[in-house]
Design a protein around this ligand. Structure first.
Ligand code: FNR
Length: 186
């Protein structure tokens, strides 16, 4: 059994990226579970608060869930051709204290996909994540990619994925990422 943890990098209720993550949980190959982690409740990183109060409980909880997963799947929005601050902030908190990076991140397979109503499909944000992955010693999956452009039109009113092409590409991505995770080891 392979367990993946997916995190969508948006706080808003109608997030396209959360819908994409939900769609992914319904399209995993046999023997693979995709659980959903959340960045909700994570404060802005403040080194003084860390020194005085330690790592906040929602961050410790997310760290533990990442550590327990065989692979990590980030579902990223794109802001100004890069990573949204709330998402980067959450992962930055999860890298604290640095001695925990080995337990939480190092050597873990990581994939990144994303959705935008725009035309670029979050390509720039996905590229920006690569240097973060290097900093955390994650092992990026580069075998497939999924850039969901025009994403406002691919979900129905209930948030279900209705675009057959995106559904097929998502299924193929998950199959290849799960195989990579099994090969690399979590
Ligand atoms: C955006 N958006 C956006 N989209 C894109 O494809 N490239 C970009 O550079 C940007 N830049 C950008 C900056 C800021 C500040 C905001 C608020 C938005 C649009 C963005 O893709 C859209 O709001 C998505 O719906 C955000 O993802 P969620 O919240 O739907 O998951």
């Amino acid at each position: 059994m392979t367990t993946l943890l997916g995190i969508a990098g948006s706080l808003r209720a109608g997030s396209l990226n959360r819908k994409l993550l939900q769609a992914a949980t319904e399209r995993t190959p046999d023997g693979v579970t995709l659980e959903i982690g959340s960045i909700a409740g994570i404060p802005l990183y403040d080194g003084d608060a860390e020194r005085d109060e330690g790592v906040p409980a929602p961050v410790e909880a997310l760290k533990d869930r990442i550590a327990a997963a065989d692979g990590l799947l980030l579902v990223t929005p794109e802001y100004n051709q890069s990573i949204p601050g709330v998402f980067k902030n959450a992962i930055d908190w999860c890298s604290r204290p640095p001695k925990d990076i080995a337990r939480v991140f190092a050597g873990k397979p990581v994939g990144v996909i994303g959705a935008t109503p725009g035309r670029g499909g979050t390509r720039a944000a996905q590229d920006a994540w690569l240097s973060v992955f290097r900093g955390l010693s994650l092992v990026p999956f580069l075998g497939e990619s999924l850039y969901v452009a025009g994403a406002a039109k691919v979900f129905d009113d209930d948030g279900a994925l209705t675009d057959d092409t995106i559904a097929r590409l998502l299924t193929e991505y998950l199959e290849a990422f799960a195989a990579f995770t099994a090969r690399v080891g979590g």
